[in-house]
Design a protein around this ligand. Sequence first.
Ligand SMILES: C[S@@+](CC[C@H](N)C(=O)[O-])C[C@H]1O[C@@H](n2cnc3c(N)ncnc32)[C@H](O)[C@@H]1O
Length: 384
Amino acid sequence: MEDATKLPLPEAFLNFLHSNGIDPSIYTAIDSTPRFIRFKPGFEDYIEEFEAEMKCKVEKLEWLEGFYSLPHHIQIAASRAYQEGKIYGIDASSGAAVTALHISPGDHVLDLCAAPGAKLCMILDLVGDSGSVTGVDVARHRLAACRTMVQKYAVGDRCRLFVADGTTFSVIPYQKGESKSEENVDVFKEWTSRRPWKERKRASKCVTPQLVSRDQPPELIYYGRHSGVVGLPKGELFKTASDIEIASLGYDKVLVDAECTHDGSVKHIQKFEHWGWRTLDRRVLDAERTDHLHVLQLNLLTNGFRLLKVGGSLVYSTCSLTVAQNEDVVEQFLKENKTAELVEIDAARNWPGRGGRIPKTWRFDPLTSQTSGLFVARFTKVLI
Ligand SMILES: C[S@@+](CC[C@H](N)C(=O)[O-])C[C@H]1O[C@@H](n2cnc3c(N)ncnc32)[C@H](O)[C@@H]1O
């Protein structure tokens, strides 16, 4: 381990790393960790143009389809391909977590912690011209940014976005053929970017970012033309189902990319140099928050799993490197959910990184994988 005192990190954070057995030297690896981009399918011909414009060489990742690495100092926002929505910046570890879902065209996918939305955009690309994607986030302002992203990349045709608490969210995927509406029934019309009066009024009053509470009903803030919402009677959107019905009517794939301390995201931690290390104390290290986080992570995973159909796949990921937010959550979840089975991530055979403390789980980190830090576990639901 590198001498921690040589690193520009505050003592409280070093103590946090130490008590969680995390090597502080990952935070000095930032200069050698590349940046990653994903070309939207069909736009890979623009690579040469991108290289010429940014005066850099991009390298295709052999272990992750559609992904390229480039030197860390390149600011992709300045490129035409980015401005025209042909590429997005997404870490390769995040792309791997999405790949672990094994999405097939036609799947109904739930992304329970969706904002700001890089993984959601990739999921939308993968479902193709059938199926649907439902994105949920508790933070209205963050999900609004996600809506902007979905529109920028023109991938939202099959997407629904709900501001809701993921620990209680219960809306099932739309079922084909259910939207037969009777005359005089109020149905959803095509989505328009003109925000409803109620939303504008709320936004004008809102000074601090808004989070919804567990008991608030979900609020639909975006839906695409083929998301199953257009033409649906308004009362039917929030239809829920019993656990028995969910076995067949639930989602095919669920991603729970849970809220965490973000300590594995070196770029995120480095931002505190500008924001002030005291903010890091409040946002990351506060012990009470960390305790609360474990409960939140377990509840998100449990509810995401409840909404999964039998035989479906759920991926749990966090960008924390602590065992408490990853393996401990997985162990507790498996103890409490007899229909949950941890399964091997086949693609991980080719991934850089290493297995987690529990067999079949995977860990990315800047030192061993040359990516941002991410923990990934995959489950399926079985009949017992
Ligand atoms: C790690 S970020 C997700 C990143 C996202 N998947 C992506 O790829 O861009 C975690 C998200 O969880 C959201 N979140 C926190 N508590 C939540 C809850 N109870 N229900 C739903 N979302 C929640 C946060 O607002 C945050 O946007």
